[in-house]
Design a protein around this ligand. Structure first.
Ligand SMILES: Cc1cc2nc3c(=O)[nH]c(=O)nc-3n(C[C@H](O)[C@H](O)[C@H](O)COP(=O)(O)O)c2cc1C
Length: 153
């Protein structure tokens, strides 16, 4: 069975909620195994056997959080079976550079053997602490469904 690891960072809980909705979308397609974890609790040793690693972060100063950036760097040092990745972020202001772009670039640099399944997903929040803007949560479910469909081919 295809195994997917979903890791997120969060300060106020919004990116965790997005990660949960993505898993919901994956599970709607069915037949794939998912594990979800806060980046602060990830046991790196356990990552070796997953087929795909999805990575999410809130935008902080126009970039993913430092914790997620460091996590990506650590992935580059592991002997991973995973071939696939996809990234997601939450953001407040449209005019900032997207954190997803920076995550994608960093993954390409540090973990070149894992490729993007789908382009990154950016989810808008309506205040520093949220909530997630209207209409955005269904996008997260769709994103999960798309990923699951791609991985099952
Ligand atoms: C220190 C800090 C810096 C932030 N910088 C940005 C930013 O550059 N661009 C942006 O759109 N939102 C920025 N935000 C808003 C966050 O994106 C928002 O708090 C986050 O999406 C909420 O996600 P969370 O609940 O998972 O922490 C910043 C928030 C914090 C706390």
């Amino acid at each position: 069975m295809v195994r997917i690891f979903v890791v997120y960072d969060t300060k106020y809980g919004n990116t965790k909620l997005v990660a949960g909705k993505i898993v919901e979308g994956i599970n709607e397609i069915g037949g794939l195994e998912t594990t979800i974890s806060d980046v602060k609790e990830v046991d790196l040793e356990r990552l070796a056997d997953y087929d795909a690693i999805l990575i999410g972060a809130p935008a902080h100063f126009g970039a993913p959080t430092r914790t997620i950036t460091k996590f990506i760097d650590k992935l580059g040092k592991l002997d991973l079976k995973a071939k696939w990745t996809a990234v997601f972020d939450t953001y407040l202001k449209e005019d900032f550079e997207k954190a997803v772009k920076k995550m994608e670039i960093r993954i390409n640099e540090k973990v070149p053997k894992i490729k993007q399944i789908v382009p990154g997903l950016s989810i808008k929040v309506n205040g520093m602490k949220g909530p997630i803007a209207e209409g955005e949560l269904p996008e997260c479910i769709d994103f999960g469904m798309k990923i699951a469909t791609q991985l099952k081919i």
